[in-house]
Design a binder for this molecule. Sequence first.
Ligand SMILES: NC(=O)c1ccc[n+]([C@@H]2O[C@H](COP(=O)([O-])OP(=O)(O)OC[C@H]3O[C@@H](n4cnc5c(N)ncnc54)[C@H](OP(=O)(O)O)[C@@H]3O)[C@@H](O)[C@H]2O)c1
Length: 241
Amino acid sequence: MSRTVLITGNSSGLGLGLTEAYLAQGFEVYGVSRRGCSKTDHKLKDIRCDLTDYEAVPLALETLLMGIGHLDAVVLNAGILGKMQDMADTSLEDIQSVMEANVWSNKVLLDWLLRSGIRVDQIVLISSGAATNGSRGWGAYALSKATLNMLTQLYAHEFAHSHLTALAPGLIDTAMQDVLCDQDQVDANQFPSVEKLRAARGTEAMPTPHEAGTLIANLIPSLKQLPSGSFADVRTFKPNP
Ligand SMILES: NC(=O)c1ccc[n+]([C@@H]2O[C@H](COP(=O)([O-])OP(=O)(O)OC[C@H]3O[C@@H](n4cnc5c(N)ncnc54)[C@H](OP(=O)(O)O)[C@@H]3O)[C@@H](O)[C@H]2O)c1
């Protein structure tokens, strides 16, 4: 039987890197994003869907996963950064749009999976160090990733036959870093935590999406060593051999 993985947000960045890594391991990959994945591979099936269009999500998933009874892994990776700004400058609308993309779309997807009858071995929700850092300027994004960690913990009780982890993937050189590392878009004097990202860019501390995808795809099975519902960070998680 073929090994199967569902990856959200596989049109770019980490999701694309994970797609490449799982295809290289011989998995059948099922992807969801708005732009679609540019890769062509007979083992890749892809659907375009805005995951914040909650009414459209069930039909998209039914179409994508028709006939699939088992998924070895689900990686809920799709996410947005939102605006880097002080909390006092952050409107409720700004927070809401980031929460919709980074948290509530995942709730809709998890609810659909629970009811689908598909046996899912492992679910990984892509979180961030921002979930716990509390650095200035990360407002809506930090709130969304902290909530995602708790969402993972709560759903772990309800997915009796699946193992869940919220995983901070470390720094990855993607479109998100294009924004964070651009002085015109994010002022390092106001938000000093971006200095570390700028220093890391181009070094091994910030791998390419392909490198990070390979590392994370290889790491995912060992996350089952943790209690279901845990938050882990690739930079500190040391699996037992
Ligand atoms: N890069 C880093 O250093 C870093 C660090 C910590 C955590 N992360 C997390 O890693 C994940 C991937 O981010 P990335 O850095 O790879 O950024 P990215 O290149 O911007 O990728 C984001 C992906 O999410 C998809 N997406 C966003 N909104 C969507 C929506 N409404 N519906 C469907 N798909 C949507 C995008 O696809 P479409 O635009 O085609 O829809 C894209 O494929 C995110 O959860 C991010 O928070 C990244």
